[in-house]
Design a protein around this ligand. Structure first.
Ligand code: 13P
Length: 249
């Protein structure tokens, strides 16, 4: 049985006071919910603040990216060891914004996945197609390519600790949500890709949907058999919206 995970990706948003208030509201609301996992992934500058604010709860802490190197002369970068030191249990890797704006590649996502696992941090590996790729009928080949790179690099056995997020790029921050049918089709496709390598791993792996998930569409998406949670952007920045999604789960 896969436990639903609702993870908030704050992206480049938040200041300390806002983080303390938002986390306190989320922790309060979350304490009334049972049977789901919740994670908050703030920017690096707020990891400590959020860690402290969720300390007495079951909420998990995650980061939004990391460098693939250990400590050393890598100005501006943050290592897996540093994230671990801040209390991170999760790290988002290969988000489409990292891929399109900052040159993240399948190769670097694969390398980072390996480093995260080695450091005991569970990666949330993001995959997804652009609107052009969908319109060009390349959805499956794009997503399969992104995923196979990681499977080939770290091995299917490591996927016991990997979480996958399917985030169609055209649905991110646009208000356009994939229909439950579109999302379920891709989640089933991803699970089948994993099952081609190992059936048991495939059925245990959590697959999150991301892209304009909100309280009012969450129940339909999360009701799909292969959707095991959500990676939430905009709606994770207001307690009521985020908790609405958690309740729907
Ligand atoms: P939105 O929920 O704002 O569309 O963002 C989704 C996302 O990119 C989560 O990683």
């Amino acid at each position: 049985m896969r436990k639903t995970l609702i993870a908030g990706n704050w992206k480049m948003n938040g200041r300390k006071a806002m983080a303390v208030e938002l986390c306190s509201d989320i922790v309060k609301g979350f304490s009334e919910l049972k049977g789901i996992d919740v994670a908050i992934c703030p920017p690096f500058t707020l990891l400590d603040t959020v860690h402290e604010a969720i300390a007495d709860s079951a909420c998990m802490l995650g980061a939004q990216d990391m460098d693939l190197h250990d400590d050393g002369a890598y100005t501006g970068q943050v290592s897996a060891g540093m994230l671990k030191d801040c209390g991170c249990e999760l790290v988002i890797l290969g988000h489409s914004e990292r891929r399109t704006l900052y040159g993240e590649t399948d190769r670097s996502v694969t390398d980072k996945t390996e480093v995260a696992l080695k450091n005991g941090i569970r990666p949330i590996v993001c995959v997804g197609e652009t609107r052009e790729e969908r319109e060009g009928g390349q959805v499956e080949s794009v997503v399969a390519g992104q995923l196979r790179s990681v499977i080939d690099g770290v091995g299917i056995d490591s996927f016991a600790d990997v979480i996958i997020a399917y985030e169609p790029v055209w649905a991110i921050g646009t208000g356009l949500t994939a229909t439950p049918e579109q999302a379920q089709t891709m989640h089933a496709f991803i699970r089948n890709l994993l099952a081609d390598r190992d059936r048991e791993t495939a059925s245990a792996c959590r697959l999150l949907y991301g892209g304009s998930m909100k309280a009012d569409n969450a129940a339909d998406l999360l009701g799909c058999p292969d959707i095991d949670g959500g990676l939430i952007g905009g709606a994770s920045l207001a307690a009521e919206d985020f908790l609405g999604i958690c309740k729907a789960a």
